[in-house]
Ligand binder design. Sequence first.
Ligand SMILES: Nc1ncnc2c1ncn2[C@@H]1O[C@H](COP(=O)(O)OP(=O)(O)OP(=O)(O)O)[C@@H](O)[C@H]1O
Ligand SMILES: [Mg+2]
Length: 400
Amino acid sequence: MPDGSRSAENSSSHGADASPVRYQGVTKRYPGADSDAVHDLDLEIPSGEICVLVGPSGCGKTTAMRMVNRTVEMTSGDILIGDRSVKDGDAAILRREIGYVIQQIGLFPHRTIGQNIATVPKLLNWDKNRTDDRVTKLLDLTGLDPEFADRYPSQLSGGQQQRVGVARALAVDPPVMLMDEPFGAIDPISRGRLQNEFLRLQADIKKTILFVTHDVDEAIKMGDRIAVMKKGGEVAQFATPTELLMEPADDFVEDFVGADRALKRLALMRVRDVDLWNAPSTQAGRRSDDVLNELKTSEVPYAVLVDGENRPLGWLSTRDLDAETVPVHPDSTGVPMIDADTTLRDGLAQLLAGGSLYGTVVDGRGRLTGVLSVEIISDFLASKEAAEVAIPAVDRPHDD
Ligand SMILES: Nc1ncnc2c1ncn2[C@@H]1O[C@H](COP(=O)(O)OP(=O)(O)OP(=O)(O)O)[C@@H](O)[C@H]1O
Ligand SMILES: [Mg+2]
């Protein structure tokens, strides 16, 4: 991040905004085991991308990831960050330089949020001002209230704690982040939100990220590239999400990706990537006749009531518009608000859950950017391999 936080402490080492990571014939056999946990792994993760390792339990994902910061030492082969081997130099220093987020979040319960985030800066002896500035910046970046700095982990929700975990991993602006099932312990709804937030953050910080999950939907959503692993730490396929869904390399991958592969393709598109519809929007107090006039030519048969910041407050029914001016409180509030960064699949789930044909789409600040309709989604499905994409599969909303 161009915030001047790069330090003398880490510019001498692997420090960089982001670096590629290369596994070269990496094998791990744990002492006493009669087979390899990871076998002859070759992977190239371009700088600034998210590479997801996905596969069944015990297939070696965590082992593969932990060899990068040498919390597990490889048996043979090499891993390069940029052009340096992780084996060069001191493992303890390497660990400090690489952001690491784990499933159990692992915050120190008796330290404040601020102290948790400042763990590595403290080890590096940053002065107080610089540390405080960094903590404030990271709280902001991860969408947390600056006041949280003085709270303790138990005073935060699981999702908030997870954001602190991410903030802590980003503290010294690492060139590489390792994330081991980072959202695994979070309820499905918050998980979807955290995933979106994290993707927004990543668009900004562009770190090289190794991301482990056993959830193929999460892999498709988060990954620029996905390595599907099978038992013994072998990669069955290393591909982009689209390639994985369109051309699974073998039966194992096909099985793993799942029978509802067609529906999963909805997860390849974000709501912001499709042409949204427009609905007339208005603040309270305008002449209803003007709004009714706009409705005559509108793609969406309802108007959206917005506040002064263009944030949707509800749909205006024809009854609402019987009044001379647009009312402050419309009949139907609680419209489904769909995050523009969400996948079409999750957007559809939200429409279905809300029992609504239309949902207002909002940007990161909650401002109206358009309307998503069930029809937009069905057109999208029809346009892409319509034969394979069975609409009835949609009956079953995605669990988040
Ligand atoms: N410290 C260890 N000592 C011996 N064997 C281990 C050790 N850690 C992991 N293993 C074994 O190595 C294999 C891979 O484990 P690993 O934790 O990497 O799997 P994983 O893909 O992360 O699984 P999960 O999805 O359950 O987290 C497993 O068979 C496991 O039992
Ligand atoms: Mg694991």
